[in-house]
Design a protein. Structure first.
Length: 244
């Protein structure tokens, strides 16, 4: 009966169907993080490295998906799989077991630029090490996001970006921009290019960070007044099928 003062929220069938295809651990992440004592907002940030002559070279970054899997870009992996992962807030190195690029990744346009890294050793959650929650809304993007990156001194930094209509970016973008990509801009800067794998995050009112997008470093990006990100919400099924 509708003779009540309580609120009724109707969920369209197509939206309910999409949610049913998302892995349960992805949907449960926000509550898990809210109940986890945290001393930082960047506990999911990791660096991805290659070992050369007994020296580790960290060339891009990623986000912790769960105890054994890292989420990053396919362009980060290149044609040479990484060997180690380093957590920014702890001194430990974690060995890489395997890496998987999205099968439809396009190295030119950066469409489907997403990948997973399987660790040989499991992570243990702490106040400074925990997984990233994934933004699951496919129709709405946060108006204000923080772009997370490492500066030249390896300090973790944020700057603010706002989403743009893909159609606006498409006017000057050299490649087709499907809805699985997200265009963002820092209105106070001429460019949003910073490092090899920037991460766009949104903090909810309780301080839970949600990963909205990942962007590779593109040489052409310095000529643009925007950055093109891989939209996480467009790849939730693939992440769920391969990352858990």
């Amino acid at each position: 009966t509708f003779c009540t003062n309580s609120s009724v929220v109707c969920c369209p069938d197509d939206k309910a169907e999409k949610l049913s295809k998302i892995h349960a651990d992805i949907l449960a992440c926000p509550n898990f993080i809210r109940n986890l004592p945290r001393l930082t907002k960047t506990g999911s940030f990791v660096l991805i490295g290659w070992t050369r002559n007994r020296t580790n070279h960290f060339l891009c970054s990623g986000s912790i998906l769960n105890e054994e899997v890292i989420l990053t870009t396919a362009s980060c992996l290149r044609d040479d799989p990484p060997q180690v992962v380093s957590h920014h807030h702890t001194p430990y190195l974690y060995r890489v077991g395997a890496a998987l690029k999205h099968p439809a990744y396009n190295a030119t346009s950066k469409i489907n630029d997403i990948a997973l890294i399987q660790l040989r050793d499991s992570l243990s959650w702490s106040t400074v090490l925990f997984p990233a929650c994934l933004w699951t809304n496919t129709t709405h993007t946060p108006i204000v996001m923080k772009m997370l990156f490492l500066d030249q001194s390896d300090a973790l930094k944020f700057f603010t970006v706002h989403p743009m209509y893909n159609s606006d970016c498409q006017r000057t973008h050299p490649y087709r921009m499907p809805s699985s990509q997200l265009c963002v801009r820092d209105p106070g800067q001429n460019t949003t290019c910073v490092s090899t794998t920037d991460q766009a995050v949104w903090l909810d009112p309780e301080g839970v960070p949600f990963l909205v997008g990942l962007t590779p470093h593109a040489a052409e990006c310095v000529q643009w007044r925007y950055s093109v990100l891989t939209r996480i919400s467009s790849h939730l099924e693939w992440i769920g099928e391969n990352g858990f």
